[in-house]
Design a protein around this ligand. Structure first.
Ligand code: 5GP
Length: 219
């Protein structure tokens, strides 16, 4: 079959895409994101900067770039963030440099960021963005997941529950919605979204030359 194709077909390349996962805290986006990174080696996590203290087990440079408020503000002034926002009394931001490098190399990036960050990316980089909002199946299940995580105090859990409704009100701003009832099914859904988005015509650079060549050189 391939023997019949011209040997010098132009290469079809692809610019990387930005896959954003957002959800109220506890709906499962971090777990879904981790599984996605295990299953698909062509997507890498964008490690955000934050001023919040590390949780037990979190590693600087892997989970977040932990920093103080002064350093964070310096980075805002220097224009080093692609987006940044205050979430639950702490500051968070996506580093511009590493993301731009990876996208240019055709690598996809995964973002675990809130609706404010997703909004900013939609304004600055709409064509590279694919956004997915994860919803919990019920509010009771959301509470259970936040409590079971055991990483936060009762006060923090109560605070996050009280903010969940406001966060969920942003679901309409996202390209896709996944209700996280079953983890394997949700991971599969996000994987399918990623695979389909990679094949979008506009993302496949060099396609016009490829097809011209396939057609024997005519437009
Ligand atoms: P956590 O402190 O639980 O890791 O994250 C709290 C919230 O901040 C989550 O909703 C998470 O998605 C969001 N977040 C983490 N990093 C960023 C970031 O770089 N930008 C924005 N806008 N939100 C972030």
């Amino acid at each position: 079959m391939t023997d019949n194709l011209p040997a010098n077909l132009p290469i079809v390349g692809r610019r990387g895409l930005m896959l954003v996962l957002s959800s109220p805290s506890g709906a499962g986006k971090t777990t879904i994101g981790r599984l996605l990174l295990d299953l698909d080696k062509d997507i890498a996590l964008s490690v955000s900067a934050t001023t919040r203290p590390p949780r037990p087990g979190e590693v600087d440079g892997k989970d977040y770039h932990f920093m103080n408020v002064d350093r964070y503000k310096q980075m805002i002034s220097a224009g080093e963030f692609l987006e940044h926002a205050k979430v639950f009394d702490n500051y968070y931001g996506t580093l511009k440099g590493p993301v731009q490098d990876e996208l240019a190399k055709g690598r996809d990036m995964l973002f675990d960021i809130d609706w404010q960050g997703a909004q900013q990316l939609a304004q600055n980089a709409r064509s590279d963005l694919v956004s997915v909002f994860i919803l919990p199946p019920t509010l009771a299940e959301l509470r259970r997941r936040l409590q079971d995580r055991g990483a936060d105090s009762a006060e923090v859990v109560a605070n996050r529950m009280s903010k969940a409704g406001a966060e969920m009100s942003h679901w309409r701003e996202y390209d896709y919605i996944v209700i996280n009832e079953s983890l394997p099914r949700s991971v599969n859904a996000v994987l399918s979204i990623l695979q389909a988005e990679r094949l979008k015509r506009d993302r496949q650079q060099g396609m016009a030359d490829f097809v011209t060549e396939l057609r024997g050189g005519s437009e």
